[in-house]
Design a binder for this molecule. Structure first.
Ligand code: SAJ
Length: 421
């Protein structure tokens, strides 16, 4: 095997499972992260993130000696960069632009230990042109080595983009089974990358160029964002026209070539609500539909909050002896999507927080996938489903967790953003 040691830079939601997967195939893996807590936790055979089955995989890899974590990169035969690509700060209403600082600093970290024959793969979701930029950064740091942008197949170092496409909650299975898009800067870069991924990937590894691979990943998530935006737009139209949007969508989806997604309280997570901006910021004049989908989906939480305000007014009209202080609002679900415990970038969480700021009565939350609320939510109260059902005057359904689908809400006003009650 030509890859005796593989290094994964960035041990987060993608990097750690990827590192553990290579290690499970008995390849030596060196994970690198700037977060000391993450490094220490992994070296104890434990994990610092939540993902089904990952704990067992990491525990076995560390105990058997195939995976260890460090803070400073060490020599390896292949380097996979899986660091975050957030936005640069921007004013409200402006188009957010990607921040490549973490990728640049990963390049600075690995450049000193690169040797002839090494492969560098950018896995982070990136704007078009980022892989070429990685090759440029590495070439500038290591003028003694040759790179594919100048000598193509004859390069000392091969560079490719291979975006991750796994679904949070199903990462371990999807890492193995999903097809991979592989975009090398030269044919050799691509072929070497296929050889690397075939260590554990059972799906097809499909070769293209780096720019197309970058755009493929952005396109997948933008396509989902546009489709969800259509569903969310329909939900707002139907509300105005007094039509049940869930019934409407299920009827329309009976057409053999129609497959509308489901509306909700907005789009959360770290990918679908972010990646379309990488297209829009690069080609703002052309990416009109992609841009508008972001605007529609980002506007949905405010629309939900307006619906809650209307529910409060309706409650007061029906109970003229009461004031807003007497009203208890229960928010069901805080995660960014069903049946996970991930609260980051969650529209449900944003809505619950906003309601607690604007409502002077009681706001309670139910989230069966967590046992305590994180500290930054100290103004919210986490209660059991039973007590929310008993004491709330307004029931706000935000996430269609399995546990909620069978609930019987027999009293109070229901605001259902997921159409399950
Ligand atoms: N959502 C809806 N309606 C729907 C489907 C989803 O409102 O019909 C909402 C969810 O509630 C959630 C958000 O969209 O708030 C995103 O959830 P998701 O399940 O669509 O996607 P993610 O963010 O968990 O993972 C996506 C996946 N991309 C695609 O399905 C095209 C995954 O395969 C990617 O690897 C991941 O982004 C990523 O890392 O880019």
């Amino acid at each position: 095997m030509s890859f005796k040691t593989i290094s994964v830079i960035g041990l987060g939601y993608i990097g750690l499972p990827t590192a553990a997967m290579f290690a499970s195939r008995k390849v030596n893996v060196i994970g690198v992260d700037v977060n000391k807590h993450a490094v220490d936790t992994i070296n104890q055979g434990r994990i610092h993130i939540v993902e089904p089955e990952l704990d067992m995989l990491v525990h076995a890899a560390v105990t058997e000696g195939y995976l260890r974590a460090v803070m400073i990169p060490e020599p390896a035969d292949a380097f996979l960069i899986a660091v975050p690509t957030p936005f640069l700060p921007c004013a409200e209403g402006e188009i957010p632009a990607p921040d490549l600082t973490y990728i640049e600093s990963a390049c600075r970290g690995i450049a000193p230990v690169l040797k002839k024959g090494d492969l560098v793969i950018l896995e982070s979701t990136s704007p078009v042109g980022a892989t070429e930029q990685v090759a440029e950064w590495l070439a500038a740091a290591r003028p003694d080595l040759s790179f594919p942008q100048t000598v193509a197949d004859a390069a000392d170092i091969n560079v490719a983009h291979c975006p991750e496409r796994v679904l949070p909650g199903h990462v371990v299975r999807e890492l193995v089974q999903n097809d991979r898009v592989i975009g090398g800067i030269s044919a050799t870069c691509s072929n070497r990358s296929v050889e690397l991924y075939k260590i554990f990937v059972e799906g097809d590894c499909i070769i293209t160029n780096a720019r197309t691979a970058e755009m493929a990943k952005l396109t997948e998530n933008s396509s989902r964002d546009v489709q969800i935006a259509f569903a969310n737009e329909l939900s707002m139209i139907c509300d105005k026209l007094d039509i049940n949007v869930w019934e409407l969508i299920s009827l329309a989806n009976r057409h053999p070539r129609v497959n509308i997604l489901q509306p909700g309280p907005g789009v959360g997570g770290h990918c679908i609500a972010v990646d379309p901006w990488f297209i829009v910021s690069k080609t703002p004049a052309e990416a009109r539909l992609t841009h508008m989908a972001r605007v529609v989906n980002d506007s949905k939480p405010d629309w939900v909050i307006e619906k809650v305000k209307i529910a409060i007014a309706d409650f007061l009209q029906a109970n003229p002896e009461k004031t807003t202080k007497d009203i208890t609002i229960a928010c069901y679900g805080l995660a960014f999507k069903p049946d996970i415990d991930d609260l980051r970038e969650s529209p449900a969480l944003h809505i619950a927080k906003r309601i607690s700021q604007i409502h002077n009565g009681t706001v309670i939350t139910v989230e069966p996938n967590i046992s305590v609320l994180p500290e930054f939510l100290c103004n919210l109260e986490l209660v059991s489903t039973e007590s929310a059902l008993k004491c709330a005057d307004i029931h706000l359904m935000l996430v269609d967790h399995a546990e909620f689908k069978t609930l019987n809400v027999s009293s109070g006003i229901i605001v259902d953003t997921k159409g399950i009650w």
